[in-house]
Write a protein of this length. Structure first.
Length: 363
């Protein structure tokens, strides 16, 4: 088994200096699994809800897939969708699978079922709950297409116990001026904030109302100020997002997602951390370990480093961190030092930390 201590330096060397230095064995750090792609929200920001999807992964195959992910040495497991809590067997799968080795089990949800299912979530091995909320009440409910979505999501969040909770916000034009107040709402609810970036190349965003969502100059300034001054994100990250939304020329970093994340779709297709590219295998026909070891997986991951793809913003923070490894390391050290100092003080209400998400928000 390849250790992270040796794997990540090889990914950095191979992506920034020469591909000859890349790891010879693929060892993604996280797995993103879509047990369903159905969703009961009606977001203007995606088109999942416009299709009735057939769930191709049975209960037993889902259990064995989770076991295969654990056996591959992957320690972070994220369930996304669609809406993963629509799978009526979801908690049965978690109970029967071997989940002990996972450091993180994350569910990315729209939050509409959290109030109803909070007991099941609390009793499960889920460690993190990411709730997709894109603005304050009126704005969020307009974007998400469900009246009462915002209030119902927060009610569910407040019923969770022993879970790390984040509001997953897609940075957009409609809620740009609400970000400060939304961060305060998150803090009051005991949640932190993570954010996603709009993308024009993801298949489930092809019918999104980008004109309504895309920030204009004044909104970009609001977003930039929020990221820099309130969330204190690294300068290289803030600069990328600012230039991206202004549609200015950007020097794109090599995309390292093929080496860091593996995606499994609800039809069993396996992706190298990239939705626009073709699948490299299918877990309904093969075991995950064989797909990860395949030449097709390796070659597509190498092509992603060379940006031989349509381009998207999925996991851009990981690729930016690799490109700016030194300044990124100092940023993380400062963040951890601040957390350590805060932990030594008298206990106080949870602070709203903010993290960039590892992918597009679908829930």
């Amino acid at each position: 088994m390849v250790s992270e201590m040796s794997y990540l330096p090889r990914v950095w060397l191979g992506s920034q200096i020469s591909q000859r230095l890349l790891p010879t064995k693929m060892r993604p750090l996280s797995a993103h699994v879509k047990l369903t792609e159905n969703c009961q929200a009606k977001c203007i920001s995606c088109n999942y809800w416009q299709t009735r999807w057939e769930d191709g992964i049975t209960t037993n195959r889902a259990i064995s897939l989770i076991n295969e992910i654990a056996a591959a040495g992957i320690h972070s497991l994220r369930f996304t969708g669609g809406e993963p809590l629509l799978r009526t067997d979801f908690f049965d799968i978690l109970r029967q699978a071997e989940t002990q080795s996972f450091k993180q089990i994350i569910v990315q949800t729209n939050g509409l079922l959290l109030k109803k299912l909070h007991n099941e979530v609390n009793a499960s091995p889920i460690t993190d709950v990411a709730v997709s909320i894109d603005g304050l009440k009126e704005t969020n409910d307009l974007i998400r297409g469900i009246r009462g979505y915002f209030d119902l999501g927060l009610e569910g969040i407040r019923l969770l116990q022993g879970k790390k909770v984040v509001l997953s916000v897609t940075l957009n034009r409609m809620s740009a001026k609400e970000l400060e107040r939304l961060a305060a709402v998150a803090k009051e609810a005991g949640a932190s904030v993570q954010y996603n970036i709009l993308s024009e190349s993801l298949p489930f965003l092809k019918d999104a109302d980008m004109a309504a969502m895309w920030p204009q100059q004044s909104e970009v300034e609001e977003i930039t100020r929020f990221l820099r001054e309130t969330l204190k994100r690294p300068a290289y990250e803030v600069d990328y997002i600012s230039r991206y939304y202004r549609q200015q020329e950007i020097s794109e970093p090599p995309c390292v997602l093929g080496y860091l994340q593996v995606f499994v779709l609800s039809n069993g297709d396996v992706m190298t951390g990239c939705y626009p590219l073709k699948p490299v295998g299918n877990i309904l026909r093969d075991k995950l370990e064989n797909i990860l070891a395949s030449e097709e997986y390796r070659l597509q991951s190498e092509a992603m480093l060379r940006r031989e793809c349509p381009g998207c913003t999925c996991g851009i923070e990981s690729s930016l961190a690799m490109k700016h490894a030194v300044s990124g390391a100092f940023f993380e050290l400062r963040r951890l030092a601040g957390r350590f100092a805060a932990d030594k003080k008298v206990a106080r209400p949870p602070k709203a930390e903010t993290h960039l998400s590892s992918g597009a928000s679908n829930g």
